[in-house]
Design a binder for this molecule. Structure first.
Ligand code: HEM
Length: 416
């Protein structure tokens, strides 16, 4: 069956999309999501082909087409789109095609060189240690809001030479933007829902940091972006757009990744014990969670030519949603146990960081950051947590993670 209804906002789908993905993969490589007029690609092989084929599939519309076409989304009303957001989408690396993409990527890739990531590793360790030291003083905390969110926001501030005092504001704004793009407030008035203010808030902080940029840490990502800007390689819009991307693309997915790791360990005490015993298992845990419960569920393209995918011709101009979360569980690629979490499987070829020319530039940083964060919280999960409670999944159709994971320490529970 080619035509089908696919509603990423259906609460049942939102809670557990994997049974639907399994049906889609078994049925056909490509489906036409009629209501939104978007083509979905759900199997590993075809998903990988589309992402690698930048000659036939453009990234230029990126998420814009998806966001616009989602039923009820106010993005379809130009008067409702925050001009700052529209501007950012236009200047974004992730939404550029060659040759613009090649030049842009070359300019910003220097800011993610292994030497810079090495320095950020040390900074991340210090930040994470400080966050954990404060949390363990509390009788209870939310592992998502107070840890999984604070870590990537603090690291992003370090990258962009933003003062750490801005972390609470940025955590709030980042979450509002995610909910406003593909979450429950997508249909609300942008001003009433706080989306407009969240965009302006992030912009103000980023522009402020850029304005002071010359005196910023010479090893920061911002310093490298500014070097490219002063060399004329990046325009002002591209510089601001890229700095904003670190928040839009990086923070929410990393938050979801750390939360998904924590939740899986809490639900599987034997696995928690195993990972606690073996530090080398932590990066394997992170990698398998990226595959098995992917934080980034979709990537977007537009067909430049009539192109065949899995025996079906996708017409020129069609909007395409590559379902990463489904490709990452395709048994034809991963084997019969694809639906199972398996520590130590070679999960590295998962598509959650994309593949091809747009492969996530932050991948190496994310792996480092999540490994440091998980290593630091493991003793807390094992020794101090007596009770946990998870709330609904994160309020976004695109980013898959938990909204809250409430943890009570043993001391609190025994005192009750
Ligand atoms: C768990 C965390 C993350 C996930 C799952 C993720 C996922 C992705 C995916 C799937 C793409 C490719 C999109 C496409 O092909 O259309 C991408 C691109 C990108 N990501 Fe990430 N990302 C994460 C975190 C980050 C972080 C922390 C940063 C920066 C600090 C970052 C920076 C980028 C950039 C700059 C691109 C665009 C690359 C290009 O177009 O050439 N990401 N990411």
């Amino acid at each position: 069956m080619l035509d089908f209804e696919f509603d990423p906002y259906d609460p049942a789908f939102f809670r557990d999309p994997y049974p639907k993905y399994a049906k889609m993969r078994a049925d056909c490589a490509v489906h036409h999501w009629t209501k939104a007029d978007v083509w979905t690609v759900c199997r590993y092989s075809e998903a990988s082909d589309v992402l690698r084929d930048h000659r036939n599939f453009s990234s230029r519309p990126a998420g814009e087409a998806f966001l616009k076409k989602l039923p009820g989304n106010r993005w379809d009303d130009p008067a409702e789109v925050n001009p700052a957001t529209r501007d950012q989408l236009r200047g974004l690396l992730v939404a550029a095609d060659p040759p613009v993409h090649r030049d842009l990527r070359k300019s910003v890739a220097r800011a993610f060189a292994p030497r810079i990531i090495e320095i950020l590793r040390d900074d991340t360790q210090i930040l994470v240690d400080g966050i954990i030291a404060e949390l363990v003083q509390r009788p209870s905390f939310d592992a998502v809001e107070d840890f999984a969110t604070v870590v990537p926001v603090s690291v992003a501030c370090k990258m962009l030479a933003i003062d750490q005092s801005q972390v609470p504001n940025l955590c709030g704004w980042s979450s509002v933007i995610s909910r406003g793009l593909t979450g429950s407030i997508r249909e609300s008035d942008h001003r009433e829902s706080g989306l407009f203010d969240a965009h302006l808030g992030i912009q103000r902080v980023i522009r402020g940091s850029i304005a002071q940029g010359k005196s910023s840490d010479p090893n920061s990502v911002l310093a490298h972006l500014l070097t490219a800007f002063y060399a004329g390689e990046l325009s002002r819009r591209e510089t601001i757009g890229f700095a904003s991307l670190i928040f839009f693309a990086g923070v929410e997915a990393t938050r979801a990744l750390i939360g998904n790791c924590i939740m899986h360990l809490l639900e599987n005490p034997d696995l928690l014990e195993q990972v606690c015993q073996d530090a080398e298992a932590v990066p394997l845990l992170v990698e398998e969670i990226l595959r098995w419960n992917s934080p980034s569920q979709f990537a977007f393209r537009r067909a430049i030519n009539d192109t065949e995918i899995g025996g079906i011709t996708i017409p020129r101009g069609a909007d395409i949603c590559v379902v990463l979360g489904s490709a990452n569980r395709d048994p034809d690629y991963w084997g019969v146990d694809a639906e199972n979490f398996k520590l130590g499987r070679n999960a590295r070829p998962h598509l959650d960081f994309g593949v091809g020319i747009h492969t996530c530039l932050g991948a190496s940083l994310v792996r480092t950051e999540a490994t440091i964060a998980m290593t630091a919280i493991l003793p807390v999960l094992r020794e101090r947590v007596a009770k946990y409670q998870s709330d609904v999944t994160f309020d976004s159709a695109h980013i898959r993670g938990y909204q809250h994971i409430w943890l009570n320490t043993r001391e609190t529970v025994s005192a009750q």
